[in-house]
Design a binder for this molecule. Structure first.
Ligand code: HEC
Ligand code: HEC
Ligand code: HEC
Ligand code: HEC
Ligand code: HEC
Ligand code: HEC
Ligand code: HEC
Length: 621
């Protein structure tokens, strides 16, 4: 169902072949020895528990504290500001620049043979244009569509994807730039046909990780206010929390010369360094731990998260256990990898992203090597490494810890990119020292990666788990039975939860086609409870058609179109009904609408040719 979090990780996670490598090295024997070593490591680092920091009470974790944007921090933190703006995160989204355009003096053309389509990128009137077209065997143009690029996503270290706007909605372009080949190619997922043309919705999650502050129209998933992003790039306040209290306090302090009464910690703004391990890591996990399923807590959105509070209060993130993933080709992100490392297990979770990364700087080459070596040496003495000295001195620069223990793996099949091995293995042939805590070879259940502050709330756990199952059901049939049971239980326990009712209805329809009438009840209930889902409406409409309730079905399709004007499946189905009702004119109108917003829609074009009277054919777009 929800393929989104995984599918765009084809660009972001980038670690497919990496995982394959791990799988190849994975065997039962290694598993047992890994467990033994973990137990050993746990004992050896009991003392680090004493360094757990006390719970934190920051003033800017409270709702209502204003966000100010990075410019407000510049005045007093100029050097951090300037450094950060040069990092990948500080450049995570951009408008196509003059430099980008100058490189397009000559248009770039790509041919996707399988799909018979041609793509080009060029500059026109100071804008970057992406174009898709198709010609028939004789070279006659079947369609062509072009869009001005609104935003470039990604700093470009690996590559950039592009967003185009249709009305107030944003869509991903089928063409991306890849640094490794220094050139253009289809975006990840477009060559396999998972996505097509300019029809892939950006959906809320994509912009939540890459932009400073997306401004979605309330209740919508892909419609934005103007401007769509209040702050363009990932910014200071995504890691430090809203800054208004801090800036007010320090501005007053500067004006009066009287220091604020702070005690030992400046509680006006969060410094992740001072947070408890889990909450510290949560700051990074909001964007770096995609998980296999992400379920927002009731009535929450991603921007409700405040650094310094548990991420689990806003979103429940779940992973499919390795035992099941083993049969599938799935990526792992840095979190999952780090938690397999002996450094993490052995330090009792003291190792976190910021043990190694200073998010304000992005270093390159020898500078990076020295920096990271220094980070390793905060916990290890250089002498503990058991590799022979001559070998260690032979790396460039000498004794480069990360070249041996955190090498980069190419990920050839996707994204023309490579990714750093965050499992921190002794040798590459080694089995990772740990599986995720709580997961054992016997567990065939989703693993919960986030904890809310009130983890005693069993109702919400039931709900989130059930919704997570609904998200992974399509990819992991092994979890199907368990998922269906969880959903059934949740649907009964939470009769007023629109999302649960919707998910149960959709999964039921998929898993037990013979119980369609039963599924329809839940889908209807979801709508009655206020669900704004277009999928729920189109699925229910199809069931209504089977029951012969034509008017009800049409009404549902029309609602879907109203909620999401670019949701073409609803137009197509509606056109089919018009044809059944012998209303050719209405059907043609709908098909033309589809082709206008999605000229590459083969189904609509074929249908239109069939429907149109022969004399009418010339007029077809
Ligand atoms: C009027 C000046 C001023 C402005 C504006 C300002 N700060 Fe600060 N900030 C300070 C001072 C002074 C300190 C304490 C000394 C230091 O660490 O430099 C500080 C400390 C911090 C700390 C460390 C807190 C700790 O407990 O370790 C963070 C994080 C921080 N600021 C973030 C921000 C962010 C983010 C913004 C923009 C929203 C911002 N600051 C804007 C003056 C300012
Ligand atoms: C709001 C989302 C968000 C948060 C929070 C976040 N990151 Fe990132 N991070 C990103 C994105 C997006 C990229 C990719 C940027 C690009 O290259 O376009 C990234 C890239 C990085 C990189 C690669 C180098 C770079 O700067 O591009 C590192 C390292 C990194 N993040 C570490 C961290 C750490 C450590 C934390 C927690 C302290 C953190 N991030 C929090 C979104 C986030
Ligand atoms: C869960 C958070 C998340 C989501 C959702 C997400 N990304 Fe990313 N993206 C990242 C992070 C983190 C990185 C940094 C690379 C890494 O982790 O290896 C990244 C890297 C990238 C890069 C490479 C950046 C560079 O500097 O080379 C591109 C391009 C990109 N993402 C595009 C997208 C697009 C387009 C979408 C939506 C369809 C999307 N991402 C959704 C977190 C996310
Ligand atoms: C990706 C997360 C992230 C972003 C974005 C970020 N910071 Fe930080 N910041 C941190 C972390 C983590 C620390 C603690 C670093 C440490 O002590 O190793 C920190 C520490 C600080 C401190 C304390 C002093 C210091 O040098 O450690 C200040 C001040 C600060 N940040 C300001 C800013 C400002 C201003 C911005 C925006 C220009 C910003 N930060 C963006 C994560 C972030
Ligand atoms: C927060 C502290 C910490 C940091 C930082 C750290 N490690 Fe570790 N590392 C540990 C602990 C603890 C162990 C387990 C030691 C034990 O149990 O004897 C470990 C184990 C290891 C092992 C053995 C792995 C295995 O599977 O047997 C290697 C290799 C290693 N670390 C390399 C590194 C490198 C390289 C870096 C820097 C990139 C690094 N570590 C950074 C704490 C850390
Ligand atoms: C033991 C040290 C260590 C820890 C812990 C660590 N990283 Fe890294 N990370 C590295 C190194 C080394 C690189 C490669 C940097 C380079 O080549 O310049 C890297 C690279 C990255 C990148 C760039 C993409 C890539 O894979 O090359 C991202 C994003 C990133 N780390 C995120 C994270 C996040 C998120 C966490 C916490 C879950 C984390 N890292 C924990 C050492 C670490
Ligand atoms: C030339 C590659 C290379 C370099 C450079 C290197 N290591 Fe190692 N390291 C290894 C190998 C190989 C082993 C496993 C040796 C064995 O078990 O026989 C190892 C083992 C280790 C271990 C596990 C020791 C144990 O008790 O089992 C640690 C910790 C470690 N290295 C840390 C480091 C750190 C820190 C650095 C940088 C200061 C570093 N290594 C540099 C290759 C390297």
């Amino acid at each position: 169902m929800n393929s989104r979090s995984r599918s765009f990780l084809s660009f972001c996670g980038l670690n497919i072949s990496f995982r394959a490598l791990w799988l190849a090295a994975f065997g039962l024997l290694c598993l047992i020895s890994a467990r033994l070593r973990i137990a050993e490591a746990r004992q050896s680092v009991q003392s680090s528990q004493a360094s757990q920091k006390p719970p934190d009470h920051y003033l800017n974790t409270q709702p209502g504290v204003e966000y100010l944007g990075d410019e407000a921090c510049r005045k007093c933190h100029a050097s951090i500001y300037l450094q950060f703006k040069r990092t990948g995160m500080g450049r995570s989204v951009s408008l196509p620049s003059a430099e980008d355009l100058s490189q397009l003096a000559k248009p770039v053309t790509l041919v996707a043979k399988a799909a018979h389509r041609t793509y080009s990128v060029y500059a026109r009137d100071g804008k970057m244009i992406h174009e898709e077209s198709e010609s028939d065997a004789k070279g006659h143009l079947i369609f062509s569509q072009s869009y001005e690029v609104a935003y470039a996503v990604g700093a470009g270290d690996v590559g950039k994807s592009y967003l185009v706007a249709k009305g107030d909605s944003l869509f991903v372009s089928p063409i991306s730039y890849y640094e490794r080949i220094r050139g253009w190619d289809l975006s990840p997922g477009y060559d396999q046909g998972t996505f097509r043309g300019f029809t892939r919705r950006v959906v809320d999650l994509c912009v939540d990780c890459h932009t400073g502050m997306p401004q979605l129209v309330a209740g919508s998933h892909n419609r934005f206010q103007q401007p769509p992003f209040r702050f363009l790039t990932v910014g200071c306040e995504r890691c430090h929390g809203p800054g208004a209290t801090h800036v007010r306090q320090h501005t007053e302090e500067a004006a009066t010369g009287v220091p604020a009464d702070e005690g030992p910690l400046d509680v006006s703004i969060v410094n992740p360094r001072n947070l408890r391990n889990e909450i510290r890591d949560d700051v990074c996990a909001q964007c770096h731990l995609a998980g296999d399923a992400r379920v927002l807590q009731p009535a929450k959105n991603y921007l409700d998260f405040r650094p310094g509070t548990p991420l689990g209060d806003v979103v429940a993130i779940f992973s499919v256990p390795q035992t099941i993933k083993g049969n599938h080709f799935v990526a792992l992100d840095q979190f999952e990898q780090m938690k397999m490392s002996r450094c993490w297990a052995g330090s009792n979770g003291r190792l976190g992203c910021i043990s190694c990364h200073d998010p304000h700087v992005q270093l390159h080459g020898d500078e990076a090597v020295d920096f990271f070596r220094g980070r390793c040496l905060t916990c290890h003495a250089a002498s503990t490494c058991r590799a022979p000295q001559p070998q260690r001195q032979a790396t460039s620069p000498p004794d480069n810890c990360i070249s041996c223990h955190m090498p980069k793996q190419p990920t050839e099949n996707i994204g023309h990119s490579s990714i750093t091995d965050h499992r921190i293995l002794r040798t590459q042939s080694e089995t990772p020292a740990a599986l995720q805590p709580g997961s054992s070879a016997a567990v065939l259940d989703l693993i919960s990666d986030t904890k809310p502050s009130d983890s005693a709330a069993t109702q919400t756990d039931l709900r989130n788990r059930a919704l997570a199952y609904a998200q992974v059901a399509g990819h992991y049939p092994e979890l199907g039975e368990k998922g269906l049971a969880a959903l059934e239980q949740a649907a009964a326990a939470l009769p007023n939860d629109a999302e649960v009712q919707a998910a149960y209805g959709l999964v039921l329809e998929f898993a037990r086609p013979r119980e369609a009438a039963h599924a329809a009840q839940f889908l209807q209930k979801a709508i009655d409870l206020g669900s704004q889902s277009v999928e729920v409406r189109t699925h229910l409409a199809a069931l209504r058609m089977r029951e012969g309730q034509v008017t009800a079905a049409m009404e549902l399709y029309k609602q879907a179109i109203q909620i999401e004007p670019y949701y073409t499946p609803a137009y197509l189905d509606l056109a089919h009904i018009d044809l059944l009702l012998k209303d050719q004119k209405a059907a043609l109108e709908l098909l033309d609408q589809v082709l206008k917003m999605d000229p590459g829609n083969d189904a609509a074009r074929e249908e239109r040719l069939k429907v149109a009277a022969p004399g009418d054919r010339k007029k077809s777009p």
